[in-house]
Design a protein around this ligand. Structure first.
Ligand SMILES: Nc1ncnc2c1ncn2[C@@H]1O[C@H](COP(=O)(O)OP(=O)(O)OP(=O)(O)O)[C@@H](O)[C@H]1O
Length: 382
């Protein structure tokens, strides 16, 4: 039986937001209700950032009520905040997420503020790219597995909300288990704890989300998932360097970022933007990875530099950031990724896995020298 928006609104009538008994649908705070073809329901509740804590129980209650509707297979509710128009200096149009709460700007010379961290998670590392299609998700997934092969406890969060590919890369389907209506167990792929918006909704549903829903979804996937003890949580970021990426970089207590680029000039210009974006929010760049660097002919073994070669290494030098290594353009990498059998897990002794292991070792060396997880900084726009 198909669930309708009206079914959801009816269920939400029993959720009140104040002592006067104002219902959630009647409060004007319900910004969107989306029901996907698999009867999974998404909606957001508009709040002022200062109200986020007070509204968290309302959000949970609303999720619980919707889950009780017969036929609903999943629910994802988020708290979102429209832009505070009293700050004209922040001129972009994207609204701000409310979770975690904004961090006050640091006083000049003051030590960095401690923002909300993820309990039990030592390092959160963003894997980012200046543009789409450079192999960011493939790199994130194989790097996560290579870090795990070093004996580390690793998680992977697919925050590429507009094109979640981690479920496919790991060959995972189904839905995460919800515990006590409160938190989700991550899925497990090849020993890694994995979470993706792709497990929760149909990809088409995410496409129509507005900025605040995206941001709120990402922060909730970080915080409402039972990650347990992790040495590293890799975050596969949405590609690009726009508002969404900047806000994400700001809102997450990142230890650092890895930038993936192909060697072409155009991709490198975008990679440079990525480095600049993370520097702006004081996130250390742990290194640049050059992907699809060299094509080794599977028949004759000849190496061709289809997209040029060495551009990312050179760019890293120029920008004064570490270079982590090169991943060749390789049929096995493509076939195994696209078949949900990542090469580091399925051919751990092969040459491709070795490449990722070396990059992972360099990454871990930079990361473990980078100190404990840092707090989320506040962007200062001059
Ligand atoms: N080193 C490689 N050799 C061969 N194919 C690769 C390599 N890296 C990635 N690919 C392939 O390139 C395609 C795009 O990769 P991927 O989805 O990882 O890119 P992305 O940057 O995450 O893309 P998007 O920005 O769309 O999320 C996939 O088909 C993947 O298998």
């Amino acid at each position: 039986m198909a669930i309708t928006r009206d079914d959801v609104l009816r269920a939400l009538q029993s959720v009140t937001i104040d002592a006067a008994g104002t219902t959630l649908p009647g409060s004007g705070r319900l910004s969107q209700v989306v029901v996907d073809p698999n009867n999974r329901v998404m909606f957001s509740i508009l709040v002022d950032p200062s109200e986020a804590e007070r509204f968290e129980p309302v959000r949970r209650q609303a999720e619980g009520r919707v889950l009780q509707i017969q036929g609903v297979s999943g629910v994802f509710a988020s708290l979102t905040s429209e832009r505070d128009t009293s700050h004209p200096a922040q001129s972009s149009a994207a609204p701000r997420p409310v979770s975690p709460p904004p961090v006050a700007p640091p006083r000049p010379g003051a030590p960095p503020q401690q923002g909300p961290k993820l309990p039990g998670v030592r390092h959160i590392v963003a894997v980012a790219s200046g543009k789409g299609g450079v192999g960011k998700s493939t790199t994130a997934c194989n790097l996560a597995l290579a870090l795990q092969a070093q004996g580390l406890k690793v998680g992977l969060l697919d925050a590429d909300i507009y094109g979640p590919s981690v479920p496919k890369l790991f060959g995972l389907s189904g839905k995460p288990t919800v515990v006590d209506n409160k938190a989700m167990e991550p899925m497990v792929g090849y020993g890694l704890k994995v979470m993706s918006i792709g497990f929760l909704i149909e990809p088409e549903a995410a496409m129509i989300w507005r900025g605040p829903m995206v941001q709120s979804a990402i922060t909730q996937m970080l915080r409402d998932v039972l990650w347990g003890e992790l040495d590293v949580l890799l975050v596969d970021m949405p590609p690009g360097t726009g508002d969404a990426q900047l806000t994400m970089a700001q809102a997450t207590p990142l230890s650092g970022a890895v930038i993936v680029s192909t060697p072409q000039d155009l991709a490198l210009i975008d990679a440079r933007r990525g480095v600049t974006m993370f520097k702006k929010v004081a996130v250390p760049i742990l290194g640049i990875v050059e992907n699809m660097a060299t094509f080794i002919c599977p028949n004759c073994g000849h190496a061709s530099h289809i997209f040029g070669h060495g551009g990312a290494r050179h760019e890293a030098q120029r920008l004064g950031v570490p270079f982590l290594g090169e991943v060749p353009l390789n049929m096995t990498i493509r076939e195994t990724s696209d078949a949900g059998r990542p090469v580091v897990a399925t051919d751990p002794e092969g040459p491709q896995a070795k490449v990722y292991r070396e990059i992972a070792a360099a990454l871990w060396a930079n990361l473990s020298g980078a100190g404990p997880a840092r707090s989320a900084p506040k962007i200062v726009i001059e």
